[in-house]
Design a protein around this ligand. Structure first.
Ligand code: SAM
Ligand code: SF4
Ligand code: SF4
Length: 416
């Protein structure tokens, strides 16, 4: 477990995270060790980068200035070391894939001809246990992570997921726990259990309101009305606003953009229109099947004028737009046509415990092996901060230079 050494904290963090000004000097944390032969270790994390990074253009605001504070100590709260990568991007968001299994075969993610009945999914013992996930999440939180998203595969296929949520919600520093799901198992009871356990928000994926189109995309004949029920269940349980992910593929479901926008306008739910991405290597991605975010915004705004609104938090992947008639907002995710690597603060943990620092990574770092070999918290923190501080990922910015056959992890391994 992590123990903070209070006397070493010399920073102003009026509101932890981006919301407030953060200024730091040197900080050190001590870490209890697991019972091992090694002596307990004291790890000193030096924060030399007291910056907030602007969401869209990456400019930095140095907020080291503590002038005007009569008593700096009265402002000390929840101070944690903030590490930054090679491009000065902090680590804020952890996506945890809790399973590689899924009961859908979305054509853009797990095409059936590649992931058929004989596909060897990970055996149970290969998956990180809830205890292992929680331990790693605590270490990530110590390095600056504030938000955890549970994903997959289909995360609700993992039994007793609410127990994991309960443990995660007790980690100091974690302010937000969210879930991305296809909705197939999100009943009213499940939504209530998740909410009670500490889940704050849900994103439900739905690619069309037209059954024929949706079923051709999920490829398991799953009907639209059951996903709509799941969205309702989430909202009724207080997991609102519900976000709805719609992947748009040219020639497949671009005609569903307007019906989706129309249906969810005024409901408080937020549809996020997502460009079809070249994640993994199995989905047969082609650039000519991408409908650009700009085109989606233009199609919708012809029907209902839209105006851009600022992001809710730095590093947010969706660009937000509000309907001019105030009937809510939408998001568009332009991972292909307009890269947002400059503000990317996300790390991803695959279900077998590999750490990826980019959605388009090829090899993850095997944290499970370190955990099961008995590494103590200090050693794991050294590993995590070492990996993040060397991070130079910006795949979307460099897409055109990437080799056509470059190996990339599949999205269902590391989640969206
Ligand atoms: N199974 C859950 C679901 O579908 O919501 C969670 C995992 S899924 C990998 C997470 C998100 O990634 C979903 O919203 C899905 O639509 C999106 N996604 C998967 N493949 C994609 C692709 N090739 N391009 C864009 N989004 C994709
Ligand atoms: Fe499953 Fe989600 Fe991938 Fe669809 S997008 S196949 S629901 S993991
Ligand atoms: Fe982040 Fe990689 Fe996506 Fe760029 S391409 S936004 S670095 S996940």
């Amino acid at each position: 477990m992590i123990r903070r050494a209070p006397d070493t904290i010399t920073a102003d963090a009026r509101k932890p995270g981006y919301g407030g000004k953060i200024a730091r000097h040197r900080q050190s944390h001590t870490f209890d060790t697991k019972p091992t032969a090694r002596p307990p270790m004291v790890l000193t994390l030096t924060d030399t980068s007291p910056y907030d990074i602007c969401v869209r253009n990456g400019t930095q605001r140095n907020e080291r200035d503590l002038s005007g504070l009569s008593d700096q100590r009265s402002c000390y709260r929840e101070v944690r070391p903030m590490i930054t990568d090679a491009f000065d991007r902090p680590l804020r968001d952890l996506r945890v894939s809790v399973t590689d299994r899924c009961n859908f075969r979305c054509t853009y993610c797990m095409p059936r001809d590649v992931f058929g009945a004989d596909h060897p999914f990970l055996p149970r013992e290969a998956l990180l246990t809830f205890e292992e996930i929680t331990r790693l999440a605590s270490l990530f939180a110590a390095l600056g992570v504030r938000k955890i998203r549970l994903t997959g595969g289909e995360p609700l296929l993992r039994t007793n997921l609410e127990r994991l949520i309960e443990s995660l919600s007790e980690i100091p520093g974690i302010e937000d726990i969210a879930l991305t799901t296809n909705g197939s198992l999100l009943s009213a009871q499940m939504a209530h259990r998740l909410k009670t356990a500490g889940l704050r928000r849900v994103t439900v994926s739905l690619d069309s309101l037209d059954d024929q189109v949706f079923q051709s995309m999920n490829d398991v004949s799953f009907p639209v009305h059951r996903v709509l029920d799941a969205i309702q269940a989430a909202a009724s349980a207080g997991l609102a606003p519900v976000k709805i992910n719609m992947v748009v593929k040219r020639g497949v479901n671009e005609d569903s953009i307007i019906p989706m926008a129309r249906y969810f306008r005024g409901t408080g739910h937020i549809v996020r229109f997502i460009e079809f991405m070249d994640v993994g290597t199995a989905n047969g991605w082609r650039l000519d099947e991408v409908v650009s975010a700009a085109e989606m915004v233009s199609v919708i705004s012809r029907e209902w004028p839209l105006s851009p609104i600022p992001p809710e938090r730095p590093g947010e992947v969706a660009a937000r737009y509000r309907y001019a008639d105030n009937l809510g907002e939408i998001g568009v995710i332009s991972a292909v046509t307009h890269a947002f690597c400059d503000s990317c603060n996300r790390a991803r943990l695959s279900s077998e415990g590999k750490l990826f620092t980019c959605l388009f990574g090829s090899e993850g770092f095997d944290l499970r092996r370190r955990l099961r070999d008995g590494a103590n918290d200090g050693e794991l923190l050294q590993v995590l901060s070492g990996i993040w501080s060397k991070r130079r990922d910006r795949y979307s910015e460099l897409r055109s230079q990437a080799g056509k056959n470059s190996k990339k992890v599949e999205m269902f391994h590391i989640g969206g």
